[in-house]
Write a protein of this length. Structure first.
Length: 443
């Protein structure tokens, strides 16, 4: 019986573990789920005869080795900074590894050993990064096969809330790691536009939003992701005039988050004692400390954007004397995360939504074309989310293909090769996660 080890039973794990359990009887798999919370691990396994739940300290080397040594394949949904610990053990124990996270420097340093041991480490195998890579590369390679020359590439993706569950002034609810929401954009962004390299700082990122119109959706805004330029050679698109990868949000979120940054609410210095402190008391202290007390009354505000943000800040607890933080010494970012978790949580019947769109312009036989490829996935409720589906299912499908020796690559990879993306996208399509393409001639 093949042994699959899943590390982490958080928000994004439910669809992955459910998929593996669904296939377990047919393929004779046993799935071990390890989480800091034993209850989380047990809950995801639903008492399946093909699963076991464990809890351990993932930073304890011997405990980690004991768990990994019994596995045929390891899937890590741990926080990104812990992947390198698991990766080193997987190399030493000769185990294949899958993650949904970006390839970091520590894992890159292992690439020679991974190849030498003929292992497969497949990273960025979730949604974004993941499905975005696979679907984009399929489009790019198909255009090239026809003889097309790509001149512009834009890829957009966002985890949003469905219109029927959109009931707050942020037009947003938390469907993934809330810390990532707070920290998003801190590195700034760099991308290529009309043959120019554009660099935006964190303070500029959310104030530079543009509208994007996708059929079936209200207008959306986007901000560029990290370093888009690093993907130019990976996608083999160094010659394009425009190349950018972005995150989608509703316009109100973009405007509000721009104010959040300007008010230093994402600062990470631990300077606030939160014992017995309410959200209202924190906001009062923080705004006065940063000489921004005018935000304590709507009477002080002039523009419609300012008044809209006042509503958003109020929703997060500006005047909430009842919600007590009580988490010791915290940074403003820590308290903001606490507020988001309390105020923007998905309620039991809420539905989240994934929206992705690729916009690719290309020349073919003297004419210019534009293809738009759209994906929309809606969740079922707060537990069975679109985010969990689109992050977890690619990992589960890849694990199946590797265990069944239908993917036989070795080395450190992300899913940009046809050997990976063709079978994974085909399986996702069978499960209702499929793209809709429109190609039109443009002037």
């Amino acid at each position: 019986m093949k042994q699959i080890l899943v590390l982490g039973a958080g928000k994004s794990s439910s669809a992955l573990i459910g998929y593996l359990l669904l296939k377990a009887a047919s393929f004779q798999w046993h799935i071990t789920v390890i989480d800091a919370s034993l209850e989380n691990a047990k809950e995801k396994l639903k008492n399946s005869a093909f699963g076991s739940a464990m809890s351990l300290n993932i930073e304890d080397k011997q405990e980690r080795i004991n768990a990994i040594s019994n596995a045929d394949i390891v899937i890590s949904l741990l926080p990104p900074h812990l992947h390198s610990l698991v990766a080193r053990d997987c190399v030493s124990l000769s185990k294949n590894l899958l993650t949904a996270s970006y390839v970091d420097d520590n894992i890159s340093l292992l690439s020679g050993e991974i190849k030498q041991k003929q292992l497969l480490f497949l990273c960025e195998m979730g949604l974004d990064p993941g499905i975005d890579h696979m679907s984009a590369m399929q489009l790019v390679n198909n255009i090239k096969k026809e003889g097309g020359k790509i001149i512009s590439f834009k890829s957009h993706c966002g985890g949003l809330v469905t219109p029927e569950s959109d009931d707050n002034p942020w037009h947003y609810k938390i469907s993934w790691n809330p810390r990532n929401v707070v920290m998003a954009g801190k590195q700034g962004a760099i991308y290529k536009y009309d043959n120019n390299s554009i660099q935006l700082s964190y303070s500029e990122l959310f104030g530079n939003s543009q509208l994007l119109h996708i059929n079936g959706h209200a207008p959306l805004s986007f901000y560029p992701n990290r370093n888009s330029l690093s993907y130019l050679p990976i996608y083999d698109l160094e010659g394009v005039k425009t190349f950018v990868r972005t995150t989608l949000r509703y316009p109100a979120f973009m405007k509000g988050w721009n104010y959040i940054i300007s008010l230093k609410l994402t600062d990470e210095a631990p300077v606030y004692e939160t014992k017995d402190k309410s959200l209202a008391a924190f906001f009062l202290e923080h705004l006065e400390k940063n000489k921004s007390a005018r935000w304590l009354s709507e009477d002080n505000l002039e523009t419609e954007d300012e008044k809209s943000f006042f509503s958003q800040l109020s929703y997060l607890g500006l005047f909430d004397n009842d919600t007590i933080i009580d988490k010791g010494i915290c940074s403003a970012a820590d308290v903001l995360q606490f507020a988001l978790e309390k105020k923007l949580a998905l309620q039991p019947d809420d539905k989240d939504m994934i929206v992705m769109m690729h916009e690719i312009e290309y020349d073919l036989k003297g004419k210019k074309y534009k293809v738009e490829s759209n994906l929309t996935v809606k969740g079922e409720d707060s537990q069975h989310t679109a985010m969990a589906k689109t992050v977890g299912l690619p990992l589960g499908i890849a694990a199946m293909l590797i265990l069944e020796e239908k993917i036989t690559l070795t080395g450190l990879h992300i899913p940009i090769l046809p050997e990976i993306y063709e079978p994974v996208l085909a399986e996702l399509s069978e499960m209702g996660i499929r793209f809709h393409e429109i190609t039109k001639e443009i002037s």
